[in-house]
Design a protein around this ligand. Structure first.
Ligand code: NAD
Length: 411
């Protein structure tokens, strides 16, 4: 995780979080432990709860606890324990030493909503936070609409750098990895149909092409469809693509993209996988309705559906997000960039905001609400990753800067 390594060294020198409580509600995984170490290097007192009990790595919890992090998480806990853990990470009371948060880092919005719902006494102290997911940002925007959000939160999930590294490259590769592991096929020469040419779908399409597949893209957005066509992909309506694909991968964020009318014309042996967040993109119920025999787990995370006419379709990961179910999710390098951007946001919040509760403090320059990641922080993340990986780039010369600044200089 080269970006986090660079930031740990920098924070160790500058101590941007000296004396601040940073409370996180994140997937408690090895990558998150690295982030906690970076924040602690910067002087933060870190408390951590899990944002998803199913992703908690108990060995990581034990290692963090042994290292002095206040971590409240255990794999597979029930809902009540899950929320109790968040409450404990927030601490006991606003006036107590060690209680409450100066900065928060959330993944899905449960920390920020629990804080407002159950501990309004702690809201005033919070200078700001960041949110890692699109779902969490939607919840925050609903809080803003009701006038309920009491501090600024930066939506860290959607920056150009994160989109490139995470959605396009990370997810693109991991989705193909999930398909290969569970279907056990050679992709070269196969026709892969990618539904949706957004950030994820374009990465999946590139990756499949890189392995020698013939890639067909289906889209509903004319701009994305044109982009796909001009990048050399064949663009077809799904009704046509359904009859020629060997592998189908949905990455649309929409529902019932692959349905009964498509299953009806697919080739024998066609493979179905979903890369979208929810398991609604492949109409599994319709597939079940058409099937005369279902053979579960013919390979790991692959179920075979035999249809009345003898064709067999292979559904991967039950239509759930294939890279998370059938592969290892994102590699640490991807989380490095996502967490690196969040660490830069927290550093920026620590530098530019004050504790609103302090009477003598100047007003917080960031109003309560949802804010975008400042573009310079995103560029800094890219610059640091390039530097950490030994990649040099050019800089504009003074003459070029003057040229670009002037409207007088034309042809
Ligand atoms: N698998 C993962 O690890 C992972 C990672 C990030 C995002 N996601 C999920 O993947 C999905 C796509 O994310 P994204 O960032 O690429 O979104 P995006 O908005 O950039 O792209 C989605 C594309 O799908 C197209 N589309 C919508 N409905 C369609 C349909 N019926 N047929 C064909 N195309 C259609 C849209 O026009 C758009 O171009 C979301 O559900 C997102 O949450 C998954």
């Amino acid at each position: 995780m080269p970006l986090l390594r660079v930031l740990a060294a920098r924070f160790d020198g500058t101590r941007p979080f000296g004396g601040l409580n940073v409370v996180g509600c994140l997937n408690v995984t090895a990558e998150t432990a690295v982030l906690a170490g970076v924040l602690r290097a910067g002087g933060a007192k870190v408390s951590l709860a899990a944002s998803n009990p199913l992703s908690t790595q108990d060995d990581v919890v034990a290692a963090l606890a042994a290292d002095g992090v206040a971590v409240y998480a255990r794999a597979g806990v029930d809902r009540a324990t899950y929320y109790e853990h968040i409450a404990r990470a927030l601490g006991k009371g606003a006036g107590e030493v060690g209680g409450g948060a100066d900065l928060v880092i959330d993944d899905g919005g449960d920390l920020v909503s629990t804080l407002h719902d159950t501990r309004p006494d702690l809201v005033k102290r919070v200078r700001g936070g960041c949110e890692s997911t699109a779902t969490g940002v939607l919840r925050l925007r609903r809080m803003v609409a009701e006038g309920a959000l009491g501090f600024p939160v930066v939506a860290a999930n959607d920056t150009p750098v994160k989109r490139i590294v995470d959605n396009t490259r990370g997810t693109g590769q991991a989705v193909i990895e999930g398909v290969l592991r569970s279907a056990g096929i050679l992709l070269a020469g196969k026709t892969v149909v990618v539904a949706g040419f957004g950030a994820c779908g374009s990465g999946v399409a590139d990756c499949a092409r890189g392995l020698g597949a013939i890639v067909v893209v289906t889209e509903v957005d004319p701009v994305r469809a044109l982009d796909a066509r001009q990048r050399g992909f064949r663009v077809l309506p799904l009704a046509e693509a359904a009859a020629i694909g060997d592998v189908f991968i949905t990455a649309t964020g929409s529902s019932s993209v692959l349905g009964a009318e498509h299953f009806a014309v697919m080739r024998d042996g066609a493979i179905l996988a979903n890369a979208g967040h929810f398991d609604v993109e492949i109409d599994v119920r319709a597939l079940l309705g058409l099937a005369v025999i279902v053979e579960p787990a013919v390979r790991p995370h692959a179920d075979a559906y035999s249809l009345a006419d003898g064709r067999r379709l292979l559904l991967l990961a039950e239509g759930r997000v294939v890279n998370l179910v059938a592969a290892d999710g994102n590699p640490p390098e991807v989380m490095d960039v996502a967490f690196g951007i969040e660490a830069l946001v927290l550093e920026w919040l620590a530098r530019t905001t004050t504790t609103p509760a302090t009477p003598q403090a100047p007003p917080n320059p960031l109003a309560p609400g949802v804010h975008e990641v400042p573009a310079e922080l995103d560029a800094e993340a890219a610059r640091l990753v390039l530097a950490a990986t030994g990649t040099l780039i050019d800089t504009l010369t003074p003459g070029q800067l003057a040229y670009l600044d002037s409207w007088r200089l034309g042809s």
